[in-house]
Design a protein around this ligand. Structure first.
Ligand code: CP3
Length: 342
């Protein structure tokens, strides 16, 4: 059975513009909070494929989105490469043993990671087994650069001081880390596709931390390498990239992928002008518009006026926030599906 989301990723005409939301499986849903409290902590939920499957399906059942995204986190890859990860309340993710030297990079184990991530593959199989045949399943990973920021800083950062110091003072170390992470991600994403992921998305959430030349050298080149590898082996699987906050660099974006995820700070007109002929565009409603129905209506109209229901997948321009009323999220999804109908 054809999937409207997959068709739209490949640039085919669809009966309406498909829609989903980044971070759609999460804390704004009381049903998610319930399963998460049963699981204990966040990582235990990621590792329990039955519960991870259950929360992945919640937004499909509750909101009627056109795609499910597997429930996991980008940071399980460095975790399974051998790093010590904890999610600390009020602080977010913390690695107690950040990468500081070539010896630290050498300790990371690519093959062990691809193998230890079996719980993710099991989650995908479980979701695919329960998901309606016309709803797509998105697998994902973090871009090597975004993962490396956490692996070197040890936690979220405002300045990126440690990781940028390495970029400029010890680029060999940075490239060694990025190369190894890239290899692990290739195996990981290939296994996700083999397990039943219909579409793959690469999140480069911290792309905007880098100046243009550094962005292409330390991030985009590695994303391109991953998408080229996947496309050469799995040409039918659509690939989405999401480099957040790089509207100034769009002229230089190229590579082997299908969909470019536009963040909320990038005007859709600009993305369409620079990339719309080559790639399907995904995005990009300001996530905080979800607090107000009138703001949702205006956001949908603004984007629809530019995209005209062509070569477009509706989404937020970044993740949904935890205190958004579920009713408003439902309203957003339903309104897009109704207003973009032919
Ligand atoms: O619905 C989905 O999108 C599926 C699952 C998903 C999660 N994280 C679950 C999660 C996805 C795709 C991610 C990606 C992710 N994780 C990114 C890239 C996307 C983006 O938003 O830019 C990043 C940078 C991370 C790293 C990460 N994970 C952080 C910084 C945090 C803490 C932030 C916070 O809101 O507390 C997490 C935890 C996390 N990942 C949660 C969820 C649902 C919250 C955990 C909880 O308290 O239940």
């Amino acid at each position: 059975m054809s999937k409207i989301f997959v068709d739209a990723c490949l640039g085919k005409k669809t009966p309406y513009t498909p829609v989903w939301m980044m971070r759609q499986a999460g804390r704004y849903l009381p049903e998610y909070m319930e399963v998460r409290s049963q699981a204990g902590d966040f990582l235990s939920l990621c590792k329990d494929y039955e519960k991870a499957c259950e929360v992945s399906l919640q937004p499909v059942d509750i909101l009627g989105v056109d795609a499910a995204i597997m429930f996991s986190d980008i940071l399980v890859v460095p975790l399974e490469m051998g790093m010590d990860l904890k999610f600390v309340k009020g602080e977010g993710p913390v690695f107690s043993d950040p990468i500081q030297s070539m010896a630290d990079v050498e300790k990371l184990d690519i093959n062990k990671a691809a193998e230890n991530l079996q719980y993710v593959y099991d989650t995908i199989k479980a979701i695919r087994g329960k998901l309606a045949a016309d709803v797509a399943l998105i697998g994902f990973c973090g871009a090597p650069w975004t993962l490396a920021t956490y692996m070197i800083e040890g936690h979220g950062t405002k300045t990126y001081a440690k990781v940028k110091k390495i970029i400029y003072s010890n680029p060999e170390l940075m490239h060694a880390l990025l190369k190894k992470t890239t290899e692990a991600l290739k195996l990981y994403l290939e296994n996700q596709i083999k397990s039943g992921a219909d579409v793959i998305m690469i999140f480069d959430s911290w792309a905007a931390a880098l100046e243009e030349s550094a962005y292409f050298e330390f991030s985009w080149n590695y994303i391109k390498e991953i998408t080229h590898f996947l496309k050469s082996k799995y040409p039918q699987t659509p690939l989405i990239v999401f480099p957040k906050g790089i509207s100034g660099y769009l002229d230089k974006i190229d590579g082997d992928f299908d969909v470019f995820g536009v963040d909320w700070s990038t005007p859709m007109e600009l993305a369409k002008e620079k990339l719309g002929d080559k790639y399907v565009l995904q995005g990009n409603m300001e996530p905080t518009r979800l607090y107000d129905k009138k703001a949702i209506d205006e956001g949908i109209e603004k984007i629809t006026a530019v995209m005209k229901n062509e070569r477009h997948i509706f989404n937020l321009g970044h993740g949904i926030l935890p205190d958004v009323p579920v009713e408003n999220a439902q309203y957003f999804i339903k309104s897009v599906q109704e207003k973009t109908k032919f």
